[in-house]
Write a protein of this length. Sequence first.
Lengths: 136, 109
Amino acid sequence: MNKIKNHVDDLFEDIPKSEERETIKQEIYQNLEEKVYDLMVQGKEEEDAINKAIVEFGNIDEIKSELGVFSTNKDVKRIERAKIDLNFSIWGSILIIVLMVFINMYYSPSTIWFVYPTFAVLWWPLSMFYRWRKLK
Amino acid sequence: MIRSDIIRGHLESIILRLIYENDQYGYEISKQISVRTDNRFQIKEATLYAVFQRLEKKALIESYYGKVSHGGKRKYYRITMLGKAYLKETAREWKETKEIIDLFMEGLD
């Protein structure tokens, strides 16, 4: 029966500890045991019964969302990362544009060509901006 | 065996109904569902406990500990007054939904 206990422990591993978590864990453990015994009464080997109970358990995420452990954690991280990317792209493109303006003014002040690379570079922060907005 | 989204939306009512009949614990309910539907529908444990959480939060059911069995004390659920009212309401709603859907689904075989 240790296998069941271990399995339940694994399932709840990344859920923050709380009284609620322990209660529901205990409940699930108890009911799974009961299921295993019942399956054994119906003539299954213990090993088979345990495996069946584990396979039929389903997806722990459903319980997680009820316990308030949404996947938001992951989303927050992704938004955070998108924000960093956006900042980087803004600073990066400003530097590139300034460099272009400088080269333009220094070597060929008579022809204004820096606008072309500027437009090309602007795609970078623009795409990062919309990615960030989509996640937000 | 079907695992339809349509049933999913009514799991709360299904489970409430079973608890309404008599106080039950988790495994008993999942077994009842399989038996009554002749194994055409089985509820996953993960789903079941998620629904318990939801129902309890809404105060439609309440729990208490019963006798010790394999693996520990059984946690039983009983329906509350609010739960009974809710169940009655969903039953009425379902009847009406069924009638509406039937208008479009009947006579197609």
